[in-house]
Design a binder for this molecule. Structure first.
Ligand code: NAD
Ligand code: UGA
Length: 484
């Protein structure tokens, strides 16, 4: 180390300080950021950091060549409102996309790791625990290719205490290098990612409670300090940060399952879930957000993060806590199958050979992402009942085709909603795309088989108006409006 300290010092100008640092300590002061993983999180997060921090160079790498090519092109690999403008402003200036992971590791002092952490499908913890193989591979590449100290930032969502394992792997390097592991989980939601990143409720940064850990933490605070008010930058110990991310997702999902469970009771009692949600939400202790009844939550994270939480609780000998959180996922599955059972029941107990128009396949509006979309499970259940599906979505048809590639049954994809509905017995609204509200339902009714049904799995449409047009309307958690 003494030899390293004697190496040439160089100056790096920061907004607040002028540092003189030895090269071995470059990671602590360097203003080149690398992000490994150019997915739904890595791409938008780094684009916003580059946009807001022109004094930093931001390199985003991924082993997926097609994805990187798309990030370098005019057609970005993900659909996210407002993202094109942000990327265009920074790309080529201080934002770069590349497949050269090794060069990135050598150049950057701060390395964000934003790789996927899906649910494990094999071995110990299969179906629950997080699969950390992608994350560990990046740690090993970092050790192999780093020539100087680095700050490694967990951007992926990880089980609590992952940082400890990571730190041990990184510190096992034989080059005498020091690595600081920071937890900086991401809270953006798809469809609103750019706004969430530009104006976050909070930025969470967790670090080891050591002098070097605290120094590294300050370097990450410095980045966000460019645009996030200081009182919204919450610093904690690294374990609290890791766990807060899992629990935040679990709490959000729990609200949805709670309200969805009550939607079933509303249908039995003539209470109206919209009124119940609104009345509950007026209590400032409850709050009005995330109380929309639906066919269930989807997305790549809620289910996997809750299952991971369940696994952790079991691992730490807390079976009652594990069972509590597992119920959130069970109610979510129940809500999707309840929706399908209702369709079959209302359509005279059979949908075999009947055409059903699926309106919306994305897991939520304003994204083309279909990962864990309830539409996948609902479509498969409808196909098992031998219905014929015509699937329409403004952004997600490519992904839908991949999701259903190995599924048996009759289904087709249709970019025109009127063609999707032609000859259909029923429309099932599965995604809350606002543009569905503006469709010409008179025209839709005219092209459909009669009696025509609408099952609104998002409570999106004007049900009274649809009823007056002649539809039999089945919302969620509300009285049905039927001519039959
Ligand atoms: P993603 O699958 O879209 O992206 C991950 C990328 O990492 C992929 O493109 C993959 O090719 C790349 N990758 C994996 N291993 C690599 C390696 N060794 N070298 C280079 N590239 C590698 O995933 P995502 O949705 O961006 O999620 C990433 C993480 O962020 C997950 O842990 C997730 O839980 C978390 N998260 C996601 C969201 C969201 O809205 N999607 C929000 C908050 C947090
Ligand atoms: C969610 C969280 O909101 C983010 O904070 C988090 O960063 C992210 O997961 C993650 O870790 O991946 P996201 O899944 O992109 O974001 O989208 P949400 O808006 O949370 O919606 C999730 C699902 O819940 C969607 O299927 C949505 O339709 C559904 N939902 C949401 C409801 O059914 N009802 C509601 O009231 C709200």
């Amino acid at each position: 180390m003494a030899g390293k300290l004697a190496k040439t010092c160089y100056l790096i100008f920061s907004r607040k300080t002028l540092y003189a640092e030895p090269k071995g300590n470059k990671g602590i002061m360097d203003k080149t950021i690398l992000c490994i993983g150019a997915g739904y999180v890595g791409g938008p997060t780094m684009a916003v950091i580059a946009d807001k921090c022109p004094d930093y160079k931001v390199i985003v790498v991924d082993m997926n060549q097609a994805r990187i090519k798309a990030w370098q092109s005019d057609k970005l690999p993900i659909y996210e409102p407002g993202l094109d403008e942000v990327v265009k402003r920074a790309r080529g200036r201080n934002l770069f996309f590349s497949t050269d992971v090794i060069a990135g590791i050598k150049e950057a002092g701060i390395i964000f790791v934003s790789v996927n952490t899906p649910t494990k499908t094999f071995g110990e913890g299969a179906g629950r625990a997080a699969d950390l193989q992608f994350w560990e591979k990046t740690a090993r590449s970092i050790i192999e290719h780093a020539d100087d100290d680095k700050i490694v930032v967990e951007k992926s969502t990880l089980p609590v205490r992952t940082a400890q394992a990571m730190h041990r792997i990184l510190q096992s390097n034989t080059k005498g290098l020091n690595f600081e592991v920071i937890s900086n989980p991401e809270f953006m939601a798809e469809g609103t990612a750019v706004g969430d990143l530009q104006n976050p409720d909070r930025v969470l940064i967790g670090a080891m409670e050591t002098p070097s850990g605290q120094k590294a933490l300050q370097r990450i605070v410095d980045i966000y300090d460019h645009w996030v008010p200081r009182e919204k930058i919450k610093t904690t110990n690294v374990w609290s940060s890791e766990l807060s991310k899992l629990v935040s997702n679990a709490m959000l999902a729990q609200r949805i399952s709670s309200v969805n469970s009550i939607s079933a009771l509303c249908e039995k009692t003539d209470a109206n879930i919209l009124e119940v949600s609104s009345a509950m939400g007026m209590d400032s202790r409850i709050g009005s957000k995330f109380l929309r009844a639906s066919i269930g939550f989807g997305g790549s994270c809620f289910k996997k993060d809750i299952l991971n939480l369940v696994y952790l609780c079991e691992h730490y000998g807390l079976p009652e806590v594990a069972a509590y959180w597992e119920q959130v996922v069970k109610i979510n599955d129940y809500q999707a199958s309840r929706f399908v059972r209702n369709i079959v029941k209302r359509m005279f107990n059979t949908i075999a050979g009947k055409k059903i128009a699926i309106f919306g396949f994305a897991f939520k509006a304003d994204t083309g992402d279909t990962r864990e979309s309830p539409a996948i499970y609902i479509s498969k259940m409808l196909l098992e009942e031998r219905a014929e599906l015509s699937i329409h979505d403004p952004e997600a048809l490519e992904n839908a085709a991949i999701d259903l590639a190995d599924t048996e049954g009759k289904f087709a994809f249709e970019s025109d909603p009127y063609k999707a509905a032609a000859g259909a017995h029923c429309i099932a609204v599965l995604t809350e795309w606002k543009q569905f509200r503006d469709l010409d339902f008179k025209k839709l009714f005219a092209v459909m088989e009669k009696p025509a049904f609408i099952f609104d799995g998002r409570n999106l449409l004007d049900h009274q108006k649809l009823f007056e047009l002649g539809f039999n309307v089945f919302p969620l958690g509300q009285k049905s409006l039927s001519h039959l």
